[in-house]
Design a protein around this ligand. Structure first.
Ligand SMILES: Cc1cc2nc3c(=O)[nH]c(=O)nc-3n(C[C@H](O)[C@H](O)[C@H](O)COP(=O)(O)OP(=O)(O)OC[C@H]3O[C@@H](n4cnc5c(N)ncnc54)[C@H](O)[C@@H]3O)c2cc1C
Length: 324
């Protein structure tokens, strides 16, 4: 394989790039930066991890954890975690977070590799050429003659781009949960001793204080995940309606009287894998008949950034063997 395109610079695409490093790779992403759903939002001196919140210490991504420790990209935090807010079950939990926000993890992995990249480049078409290689198209550009194209984007988008070259089985359709997140900052401190937890309310499945990650924050900042059931039922809700609904619930439970001085919503339509491709098919990737197009992503193995990394790692092992 001489000329490899990786579409998607999330954790799966970065894992492939890392594990195929001696090859000629070009990575494309529609966003302006690497990381995909590992996302950190900054606003003046506020900062929120509003995609992936943390890397679990019980993740099974040994290579990723070792790499992050070697590159000095993560710190360990012990937090008070409420396993079920309704029953007030609180445990001490050790987790890893990014040294400078979760997105600093993929951003620094990407920068450590020095690979050819095109950001702000959404691939809208893949076409075979006369050499039986593949050309990629964005709205205003074309990139020619890749003999290997690795798609590391959500399943449905990958399927749409490759349906002329890949046979998809109707039996194996992975599934995602959508999640809306809310970012909130209050001048008033709450007296709640919990840093994060589950089931704050039927419609709020997860919440995490940002201050333990970012001690420089002067205000108290939170990220809430609306439950996927709520999000699914309310896909058409406006941001204002969502904020009007969720904010009073949160304030009441945490006994906060003041208004937040910052509130922002983010809509993740493909947030977390619900049913993995591997659990349905026992396969670790999808490929074209000519073995020049491969589809992967967290949707192959699970719903965490460790699963995304491992999906890229598994495919890289196979591709490295093919090359021998
Ligand atoms: C709200 C939320 C909370 C989460 N919490 C956690 C957590 O606490 N811990 C944890 O381990 N995991 C968590 N996750 C899951 C974790 O973020 C994902 O499993 C992981 O980041 C997925 O990586 P990926 O590379 O497979 O996909 P993505 O991160 O989605 O990367 C795909 C990339 O492809 C790009 N792309 C898409 N289409 C195109 C195209 N046509 N052309 C070019 N580029 C394209 C996108 O811009 C994106 O950068 C959470 C996810 C969400 C949304």
């Amino acid at each position: 394989m001489e000329n490899i395109a990786i579409i998607g610079a999330g954790m799966t695409g970065l894992s492939l790039a890392y594990n195929l490093q001696n090859k000629k790779i070009t990575i494309f992403d529609k966003s302006w930066r690497a990381g995909g759903r590992v996302s950190t939002r900054k606003h003046n001196d506020l900062i929120f991890d509003h995609g992936a919140h943390y890397l679990s210490q019980k993740n099974n991504a040994k290579q990723l954890t070792e790499l992050l420790i070697n590159l000095n990209l993560i710190k360990e935090k012990e937090i008070l975690f409420c396993t079920n807010f309704k029953n007030n079950e609180i445990i001490k939990k050790k987790i890893y977070v990014g040294n400078n926000g979760m997105n600093s993890i993929p951003r620094n992995i990407f920068e450590s590799m020095k690979i050819n990249s095109h950001f702000n480049s959404k691939i809208i078409k893949i076409a075979i050429n006369k050499n039986n290689n593949y050309d990629l198209y964005t709205d205003d550009n074309e990139f020619k003659n890749f003999d290997l194209v690795l798609l590391c984007i959500p399943y449905l988008q990958a399927k749409e781009l490759t349906k002329d070259y890949v046979n998809f089985s109707e039996d194996y359709i992975p599934d995602y949960d959508p999640i809306y997140t809310l970012m909130l900052s209050f001048r008033e401190k709450t007296h709640l001793k919990i840093d994060a937890g589950l089931n704050l309310h039927d419609d709020i499945s997860f919440f995490m204080r940002q201050n333990f990650k970012f001690p420089e924050l002067k205000s108290e900042s939170w990220v809430l995940n609306m439950s996927s059931e709520y999000t699914e039922k309310n896909l058409d809700i406006s941001n204002i309606e969502l904020e009007k609904y969720a904010l009073p619930i949160f304030k009441k439970i945490l006994k906060i009287n003041n208004k937040p001085f910052f509130i922002k919503t983010h809509r993740w339509l493909y947030a977390q894998t619900k049913t993995t491709y591997n659990s349905l098919s026992k396969k670790n990737w999808i490929n074209s008949k000519d073995n020049k197009i491969f589809l992967t992503g967290d949707w192959i193995l699970g719903k965490s950034l460790g699963d995304a990394w491992n999906a890229g790692l598994k495919l890289s092992h196979y591709l490295n063997i093919l090359d021998i």
